[in-house]
Design a protein around this ligand. Sequence first.
Ligand code: FAD
Length: 414
Amino acid sequence: MPPLEEVIIIGSGWAGSTLATSLDETKYTITVISPETTTPYTPLLASAACGLYDFNIVETPIRHTSKKIKFVKAQVEDIDFKAKAVNCIPAFVDLPVKDFVLSYDIVVIAPGSTNNTFNTPGVAEHAVFLRNAKDAMKIASRIQDCFEKASIPGLTEAQQRSLLHFVIVGAGPTGVEVSSELSDLFATSYAALYPHLKPYVSIAVHDVANQVLSGFDTKLQDYAMSSFTKRNVEVLTRSHIERVEKDCLCTKENGKINAGLVIWATGNKSTALVDSLAVKKTPRNPRILTDSFLRVYTPSSELLHGVYAIGDAADVEDARLPTTAEVACQKAKYLAKLLNGKVEEEFRYQQAAIVAYLGQNDGVVSGKKDYSGRQAWIAWRSKNFLWTRTWRQKVLIVIGWALDLVTGRAIAPR
Ligand SMILES: Cc1cc2nc3c(=O)[nH]c(=O)nc-3n(C[C@H](O)[C@H](O)[C@H](O)COP(=O)(O)OP(=O)(O)OC[C@H]3O[C@@H](n4cnc5c(N)ncnc54)[C@H](O)[C@@H]3O)c2cc1C
């Protein structure tokens, strides 16, 4: 039997993990390289941060018991396309090996994207992001700290209000969902446990744009705006954040605003690996440009043999696809079929529904068909269920819903 071809997948996110589990192990040796040992189920993170789901179900290990996937916990620093090799640095600083090289027949570049701070001073130090289970846990524990601090005797009402002011920067689907989950959490579990603080709690969403949920239809944006008013969530559009400090943020329009927690959810920027690669890229906020078979070009538009790019890190020529898990998974499944020899035609994205939760069992759905209200909330919950991959996680999701109804949400990491 001829030796199996070596496939190296860079990244263990939605794209990398979907591809790794869909490739034919009888044809390929599959190696995933990533500094993260798990794939975060990003659509569930806001709910987990606000006590609806157990943190164990919002990520899944890349090492697979039933699939032959090799995993290397490392960062790819560079790809030598001529030598067909990737240069890596272990994700550990205390090893005698400082770097190493792995050869490939096929390389799939899927390092995703990273948080875009727009170079705003203080964001990296003082705000929190929401990308993985660790971030969700951090948010849950910071929220509880704010309530405990505000309960210390001797604080003035103004100091309590400052500690209990929660700011979300970014009014896209992630920012909107975080604000919705926070308002549900504060209206239920926290209201019951900290009744003395209820009048001092406030949530604000800031965005530089003049509307929320850009990408959704205007009617749904207006619907989302009215839901914020119902839930007492302040929305500050056209708000320019100039700086984030330990206990506050400074905006061009409103000056200094005290806050107990600032959650930064303003979108994506390219990773250091994508920035450094000499390949053809999209002009703004660079993503690797591929042809419709997801193959990567040199800067002079020649196809690189055996090099593919998928997920947030890449876009298909003339397609302008959004950076979503839907797109990442569809591309990964397509590429697996292509490499497994099960498909010959080009990749075409099948438009999927985009769902955003608005709190109080309300939501909006866009994409194939636009709708809002309770039906949209049911669609959102069904999607939560479908995103998870194992039966164990699906059972735990349903348990999360049941516990929410019976005992309320968990208020801190267990
Ligand atoms: C809070 C939140 C909620 C979301 N909700 C939804 C939703 O409801 N629906 C939806 O469709 N999309 C949603 N998204 C978007 C979705 O998560 C992304 O589009 C998706 O994760 C992209 O998958 P990816 O595999 O390209 O990148 P990622 O999932 O970001 O994974 C990239 C991986 O590459 C690794 N990596 C990075 N650099 C290197 C390197 N140099 N070497 C090796 N490995 C590297 C990273 O550690 C990571 O493991 C959400 C995103 C967030 C943050």
